[in-house]
Design a protein around this ligand. Structure first.
Ligand code: GCO
Ligand code: MG
Length: 404
């Protein structure tokens, strides 16, 4: 029996930061929701959905998830890119939500059932000084985390990635126009071994330690960082250099056995085809929302599995709780899951998006609610309207525009 789509709507809300949600309702009254948030470019995805996708959804059979994915991907003629792929992802996740609700199953069951008991997540620790960072690592360990990302301010460098300004929790999209940060790579390269040494000396080698380079190095700088940190056995080094040129990672790989992770800004399997098939990375960090939904993420994960590459999905607070919920079902159901990023949302965001997923002892579970288990309180969402916000931009000390 077909299950035609009756209605689809975009909901934009800002419970502290902006989120875009697609809500699809079918003629039998079941609804599903998908995350469509693209930090700093929210209205581009909202307009893509409203003007170009929703008119084609009405009357389509909600059960035909793969066919709908192909229709939206191939049918647009213009392929890929963060706006297109986030819009497709929102539809895809909403349809998986509907299908799992109709089957009366938590989504991971529909995806083949669980491959593990729960999902290991990593937290963010940071500090203005190494001593603050060590304290932050200790606090996260007390919360139960077994894997922790470490970022600290670099002496003599105005702005380091991943460190809050002042005492507020870290949240980079804070400018009504983009804030300009100033960066110095050589100072960072000299500082990082000191940071890692301090962390390993205090916490030993059992704790999984991660670090994010946030695209700021050239390939040879990245190789030099990885080589210098290898002895501290990082769980991974993330986004050391941009990957528009996937070959850049071959150079890094030639110099180090430190595990490499990348992919939070990728949108499709083609962005990581060479990285994976030539085994230039160890973890692929694409997410449900920015890489075409569950349907496309399953394709990326299956491809990665052939080459011993594991997943390590992006899970920052600019991805809504809907993405987090969907990611946890995905993580539980695939064989080559590696780790999942977890940056907890604010209490208000959690209230706007009530959810079945839980955290305990460094592990998360998507819960047993039918569907992906995340909902949206539209009345509360409406009380927190969109506020324009930009991610920062980054310049070198001589004023050259760099990668943030
Ligand atoms: C991470 C990320 C993020 C991004 C953010 C940009 O590893 O969590 O690098 O924090 O900076 O998602 O919008
Ligand atoms: Mg990152």
């Amino acid at each position: 029996m077909p299950n035609p789509i009756l209605e689809a709507r975009v909901i934009i809300t800002c419970p502290g930061r902006n989120f875009v949600t697609l809500k699809i309702t079918t003629t039998d009254g079941v609804y599903g929701i998908g995350d469509a948030t693209l930090n700093g470019r929210e209205f581009a995805v909202a307009a893509y959905l409203q003007e170009h996708i929703i008119p084609c959804l009405i009357g389509r059979d909600a059960d035909r998830i793969e066919d709908t994915w192909q229709y939206l991907y191939r049918g647009a003629y213009w392929r890929r890119g963060p706006v297109t792929m986030s819009a497709i992802a929102a539809v895809d996740v909403a349809l998986w939500d509907i299908k799992a609700k109709r089957a009366n199953m938590p989504l991971y069951q529909l995806l083949g059932g669980r491959c593990r008991e729960s999902v290991t997540v990593y937290a963010h620790a940071n500090g203005h000084e190494i001593s603050d960072l060590l304290e932050s690592v200790a606090q996260h360990q007390e919360l139960g985390y077994k894997a922790i990302r470490v970022q600290a301010a670099v002496p003599g460098v105005a702005d380091a990635y991943g460190v809050p300004h002042g005492d507020k929790p870290y949240e980079p999209a804070d400018g009504t126009i983009p804030r300009e940060e100033v960066w110095n790579t050589p100072k960072y390269l000299r500082f990082m071994p000191r940071l890692m040494d301090a962390v390993r000396s205090k916490f030993g080698f059992d704790l999984a330690i991660l670090h994010d380079g946030h695209h700021r190095m050239t390939p040879i700088e990245a190789a030099s960082l990885a080589k210098s940190l290898e002895e501290f056995q990082p769980f991974w080094l993330e986004d050391l250099t941009p990957a528009e040129n996937q070959d850049a990672f071959r150079l890094i790989r030639q110099h180090t056995t430190a595990p490499l992770a990348i992919g939070e800004v990728f949108n499709s399997i083609f962005d990581c085809q060479k990285l994976i098939s030539e085994q230039l990375i160890d973890y692929i960090r694409t997410t449900i929302v920015h890489a075409g939904g569950i349907t496309h993420m399953r394709r990326i994960a299956s491809f990665a599995d052939l080459y011993g590459v594991k997943t390590g999905s992006h899970g920052a607070t600019d991805l809504s709780p809907i993405c987090m919920g969907a990611a946890l079902h995905f993580d539980l159901s695939i064989p080559n899951f590696g780790i999942q990023e977890h940056m907890p949302h604010t209490a208000l965001t959690d209230e706007v998006f009530p959810h079945a997923y839980t955290f305990a002892n460094g592990l998360m579970h998507p819960g047993e609610a039918p569907g992906h288990g995340v909902d949206i309180d539209e009345t509360l969402a409406a009380k927190h309207p969109y506020k324009r916000a930009y991610l920062p931009v980054c310049r070198l000390e001589d004023g050259t525009l760099h990668n943030w």
